[in-house]
Design a binder for this molecule. Structure first.
Ligand code: ATP
Ligand code: MG
Length: 183
């Protein structure tokens, strides 16, 4: 699966609906301080299910909703959608046959949060399920943030093992086994 588009609306500084095309294998995002580069990465992590406001540089989850500026009123909802090219059919389970896979999250000011895969309402864990074992996920290693390299270098063996299992694609099976054992 290849991420081909990010669509944002009402998310942090992206108040108006914005589509970011990612045409190649390498895309650079440049711009002056405060223009919203890191907000794009926050959006990625958020739509993948991040539930810690602190990881998104906020105090509460509602802080991701555009909260107004000198010229604009705050808005009522934030949404982020990722479009993945799935021509390779790498997505697992019921989504394998779709050429394109859309992952979307919407949050309202009252705290209601919903997730969608190809416009079908799903649970948060359906989103994490798709990406488990791919390295992409709210807390996986596909997003390397400031300080993460040193965290990996200094990680305890148990923590390092989590990264290795994700890279080896084992974490998916470990999670399934854990769930089965709970039933
Ligand atoms: P730098 O180069 O300094 O890292 P950056 O391009 O990464 O900058 P961001 O951190 O992505 O910048 O964006 C910061 C901007 O986003 C600030 O101007 C901040 O006011 C705005 N912002 C963040 N959250 C919201 C929100 N909920 N509503 C409106 N604006 C917001
Ligand atoms: Mg930044």
């Amino acid at each position: 699966m290849r991420l081909s588009q990010i669509k944002l609306a009402g998310f942090k500084s992206f108040v108006d609906p914005t589509t970011i095309d990612l045409p190649g294998q390498i895309v650079g995002v440049v711009g002056p301080n405060g223009c919203g580069k890191s907000n794009v990465i926050d959006a990625l992590r958020w739509v993948l299910g991040e539930s810690r406001a602190s990881a998104l540089r906020g105090e509460s989850m509602q802080d991701v909703i555009f909260n107004g500026s000198a010229r604009r009123k705050p808005v009522a909802r934030a949404s982020v959608e990722l479009i993945f090219d799935n021509q390779s059919g790498k997505a697992g389970g019921q989504w394998a046959s779709y050429a394109e896979i859309s992952i979307k999250r919407v949050l309202l000011r009252n705290g209601d949060s919903s997730y969608y895969i190809n416009s079908q309402k799903v649970r948060r864990r359906d989103i994490t399920d798709i990406f488990l074992g791919t390295g992409l996920g709210a807390r996986a290693y596909a997003i390397i943030e400031q300080g993460m390299i040193s965290r990996i270098i200094e990680a305890k063996p148990e923590e390092l093992r989590i990264f290795l299992e994700e890279a080896a694609g084992v974490s998916k099976y470990r999670e399934r086994r854990r769930e089965t054992a709970q039933r």
